[in-house]
Unconditional design. Structure first.
Length: 293
């Protein structure tokens, strides 16, 4: 069994991005600038946004954090998006999700200029990805694909089972595994809460990407020997022995599945660290106007 070390791979990619930023600055180019909009004080969102800002510092980007209280109106937030769209110094920006219930997330995402949508959530980027055109690919799916690439895991003709059909992970990663390229060229099955015979389908899988958000869902008897397992789950589970009062649980019952796996990602330290560097890469591409002029 090979443990896929997302922490080490992400550190390497950060180094690569930092070197490129140094070169850009040395040749008089513009410093890439990422802005993040954070609404309210959700613990998870605070942690993620802080990590994104810190990563910007580490690779040499400029970053701006724009905060609103959770009673911000949709109109105010749309005005903020409009300002960021027009701000020539900002190459890319994200609006951290989830947003409070009174705000229509789809409306906010659609208001973002797709050329600055480094989260890859805008329908233009989603559509371009699904037909294989250059676009911003969202961070978690891009991170998963990069791990498969860096570990040179064969994907062509493999049975890939994606557990979960979210817009952020399940659907985009299924589309990427289907693309006519490496990593991709897989036979992809997407399973969800209404899927019949899920265990049998998983037992046929060469690659399982688990993105349900159900702690320890995938058990040892649901996988075959030699399977490649990518665990995207990061559910906070109460744990009195931790200072924070919780631990992060993946979607995979690691102790049972790992002994049967050829490759497996741990939680934490697998997919998680990769998502932030994928956002950094998208910001670099946005700064260089490499995808959209
Ligand atoms: N909430 C959970 N994941 C993400 C992400 O990748 N981007 C944004 N903007 N919000 C999120």
């Amino acid at each position: 069994m090979i443990l896929i070390d997302g922490k080490a791979v992400s550190a390497q990619i950060k180094k690569e991005i930092a070197e490129e930023v140094l070169q850009i600055k040395a040749s008089g180019g513009k410093t890439p600038h990422l802005a993040a909009v954070l609404v309210g004080h959700d613990g998870g969102s605070e942690t993620y946004v802080a990590a994104k800002v810190k990563a910007c510092e580490e690779v040499g980007f400029k970053s701006s954090l724009i905060r609103y209280e959770s009673d911000v109106t949709e109109t105010e937030l749309l005005a903020c998006v409009d300002r960021l769209n027009k701000d020539a110094d900002i190459d890319g920006f994200i609006v951290q999700l989830p947003l409070p219930k009174h705000i229509d997330e789809d409306k906010i995402i659609e208001a973002i200029d797709y050329r600055k949508d480094v989260d890859g959530f805008h329908p233009v980027n989603v559509g371009r990805r699904s037909i294989g055109l250059p676009c911003f690919i969202s961070a978690t799916p891009a991170g998963i694909i990069e791990l498969l690439r860096r570990y040179e895991i064969p994907t062509q003709g493999k049975n890939c089972v994606v557990l979960g059909r979210s817009n952020i992970v399940g659907k985009p990663v299924a589309s990427l595994m289907l693309q006519k390229a490496y990593p991709g060229d897989a036979t992809v099955t997407v399973c969800h809460s209404r899927t019949a015979n899920l265990k049998e389908i998983c037992r046929q899988a060469d690659i399982i990407i688990a993105a349900l958000g159900v702690p320890e869902f995938l058990k040892g008897d649901m996988v075959k020997e030699g399977v490649v397992v990518i665990d995207v789950g990061t559910t906070r589970v109460p744990d009195a022995s931790k200072k924070s009062g919780f631990r992060l649980s993946g979607d995979v019952k690691f102790d049972e599945v790992a002994p049967k796996a050829a490759f497996i990602t741990p939680v934490p330290g697998g997919v998680g660290p990769m998502t932030i560097v994928s956002l950094m890469r998208n910001t670099l591409l946005a700064g260089k106007r490499e995808i959209y002029k």
